[in-house]
Each structure stands twice: as C-alpha cells, then as structure tokens.
Design a binder for this molecule. Structure first.
Ligand code: NAP
Length: 352
C-alpha cells in the first residue's frame, strides 16, 4: 500500500434519521479503508454528485435496512491511489458508482475523501470531461438507459415522451433516445425549454401552462408514442389514466417511481396504484401497461454510456457545484426539485 495515504479522512456521516440538516455531521477522523479485498481499488475522491435517493434514504430508511452512522451517496470521480494489482495504475483518473455503498458493511459512501471499491465498478474518465461532470453521470444515466431500453423496450425509429426533460434522469434520457435515433418530446417548465431543446428534443411542452394529459390529448401525436418515461415520478395518475389518446396500444408507461413528498400525497399514490393494477377496463381501467423500476449498475451499460459521452453524443449537465463543507446547502437545493442537471460536491477543491 502506498505510504502517502493517510489513516483518517474527512467525511459526511448520517448519524440519525432525518433531513440532511438534521441527520448529517461533518467528521474529520473517519478511518480510510486502506485494507483492500481482491479486485478492489482505493480512489481519492475529487467530486461526488448527490441524488434524490441519497436524501430520501437519510430521511426515511429505517434502521433495520441501513445502520447509522454511514456516509451517503453513490457516484464519484477521482484518482486511483492504490491499484491493488488490478488493471488500473496509480494516478488513473476514474469515475464510477456503487449502488451498495451506504448499505454495505463498510457504511461508506462518496461524500468522503477516499473510497474502497471493486475495480469492476470503476471506469476511466470519459474524454474531455471534468471530475465534476463525470461524477454526475452514473446514477442518472443508468436510470435513464434502463427506463428507456431495458424496461421501456424503446427501439430505433420509435417515439418517446419524456416527462421531466430537465431532471437529471430526463436530461440523459433525451440524449440517449436521440442517440438511438428516436423521436423525442419532453416536458419541463418554460425556463428549461432552451435546455431541453439543446439536448435534442424534437418538441417541448411546458407542463405549467395546462395539464399534460389535456395538452397531449388535444394535440394528437402521429404516430402515438411507443413509450412514456416519467422521469419525475408523478403521483398524480392523470398522465397515465388519459394515455390511450397518445400512447400506442402496445406502448408502455414507465415511471422512475411515484414518491409522495408530503403525507397528503399518499392517498394520491393509492389512487394511482388502483388505476394501474386493479381497476378493470369495464370500470374505466386503462388499456395500457404501467410499470416502475429501480436502477442498478451494469458495468457494460456504463461503458456504453461512457463511449457516448466520449464521442460527444451525450453531455453531462451540471446544475451547480458546492464546496465539500457546504453539503447541507447542496441538499437543500436538490430537494426543491428545481435543479436543471446534477448537483455536485467538490470533495477536493484543488481537483477541477
Ligand atoms: N427508480 C430509480 O432507480 C431512480 C433513480 C434515480 C432517480 N429516481 C427518481 O426519479 C425522479 C427524478 O430524479 P432526478 O434526480 O432526475 O431529479 P431532479 O434532477 O432533482 O429533478 C429536478 C427537475 O425536475 C423537473 N420537474 C419537477 N417537477 C416536474 C414536473 N411535474 N414535470 C416536469 N418536470 C418537472 C424540474 O424542472 P422544472 O423546474 O422546469 O419544473 C427540474 O429541472 C425522482 O423522483 C427520483 O427519486 C429514481
């Protein structure tokens, strides 16, 4: 093991259940995981992105599933400091993700200076990409890819409606669908129209002007969409319940997962599940498939995405960059649901 690796590091630790401002503590004496298992590398983290899942786990996940204290978050970019006889070399600039991080026995995540991680979950930085850009790629891009192609079955030449074209997932979904040769219509509020169109969307809908189901029903799509990817996680069922007007008969409605933000929305989620799973068509049930999914790391998919980024076909979009000390404010911003791209934390201020 290289001798210049310190014994302790700075890291954010979730010490209790609550919002980030309630649950997080900045610690300066967290052990660096210097003892590596076979096939693992040690990465010094330059930048980490934060996620909706990150704060939701912090806020809601019971002790039985995740023991505190742990370091939150999954995605990072940095430099290999111990290659441990893997195919990497010390000094390689890399990025990656580990969907097991906070729940693993190490209780580690990426809001820390060092991470011990299997080399299979790490890739060289895409060409012409900064650590802050690269750290925002894995989780959102993998979610977009899975929703479009693995769950949604979208094929070249088909047509997709992406609800939430300026969300981190939606931003990748637009670009991945265009790279595949699909027609893309996407929604956001008017302030994000330029962003959504710049990503390649063929058409844009401002969802604040009228209910989407109404706009789409009164402007028939020819041909109808093959896929609706809800990259917001709507709890309101109306985009689905009206979709026979704009989703092809063998099309599919795929959601990143309806998540109530306030207690009052829990009833709306039950209404959605009644409509998608129980309501028979003779009682007005919808003759279209609805499903939701959770993402996961497939190294070969992340390689495909990395190649598309290196080729300039997919651009990572950064909404904002916060210093390592300012993680709580970074989460406060993310939790407004108004970010237009990834919210990044610069763990190493010297790195970019
Ligand atoms: N299933 C999984 O494994 C998985 C993985 C990742 C994320 N997710 C979920 O996917 C959702 C999106 O995550 P994210 O990280 O991409 O979120 P995000 O980047 O924080 O989303 C913020 C964006 O959403 C847009 N937005 C908010 N409400 C909207 C609405 N009603 N219609 C259209 N656009 C809207 C906002 O645009 P405007 O300001 O223009 O409204 C803003 O640009 C979250 O619910 C998250 O939990 C699930």
């Amino acid at each position: 093991m290289p001798s210049n690796i310190p014994g302790v590091q700075q890291a954010w630790r979730a010490v209790g259940r609550g919002t980030p401002s309630e649950a997080l503590r900045f610690e300066t004496n967290v052990p660096v995981p210097r003892e590596l298992g076979e096939g693992e590398v040690l990465v010094k983290i330059h930048a980490a992105s934060i996620s909706q899942a990150g704060w939701k786990i912090m806020r809601w996940m019971p002790w039985i599933f995740i023991q505190r204290p742990y370091t939150p978050e999954f995605d990072f970019a940095g430099v290999v400091v111990d290659h441990n006889n893997t195919h990497f070399s010390v000094g390689d600039k890399v990025f990656g993700t580990d969907d097991n991080l906070p729940t693993s026995s190490l209780h580690q995540g990426t809001l820390a200076q060092y991470i011990r991680i299997p080399a299979s979950k790490v890739l060289p930085l895409p060409s012409d990409t900064t650590p802050s850009q690269a750290s925002g790629i894995p989780g959102s891009a993998l979610t977009a890819y899975r929703g479009l192609f693995e769950v949604g079955g979208l094929e070249a030449g088909q047509s997709v409606f992406i609800n939430g074209g300026s969300s981190s997932v939606g931003i990748f979904a637009i670009q991945l669908a265009k790279a595949k040769g699909c027609r893309v219509v996407a929604s956001a509020s008017g302030k994000n129209e330029e962003l959504v169109r710049s990503l390649g969307a063929d058409d844009f809908i401002d969802y604040t002007l009228a209910p989407l189901s109404q706009t789409l029903s009164s402007n028939p799509q020819y041909p109808k969409f093959n896929l609706i990817l809800d990259a917001v996680g709507l709890v309101d069922p109306s985009l689905y319940t009206s979709c026979e007007a704009y989703l092809a008969p063998n099309g599919i409605f795929v959601s990143t997962g309806p998540q109530p933000q306030v207690w009052g929305e829990v009833l709306t989620v039950f209404k959605l599940f009644w409509n998608v799973s129980m309501r028979p068509t003779w009682l007005g049930g919808v003759r279209r498939k609805w499903t939701f999914y959770s993402t996961g790391l497939k190294p070969e998919v992340l390689e495909t995405i990395t190649q598309l980024v290196s080729d300039g076909k997919v651009k990572p979009i950064v909404d904002s960059v916060y210093p390592f000390e300012d993680v709580v404010n970074a989460y406060e911003h993310l939790m407004t649901y108004r970010a237009g791209g990834k919210v990044i934390v610069m763990v190493d201020r010297e790195a970019n």
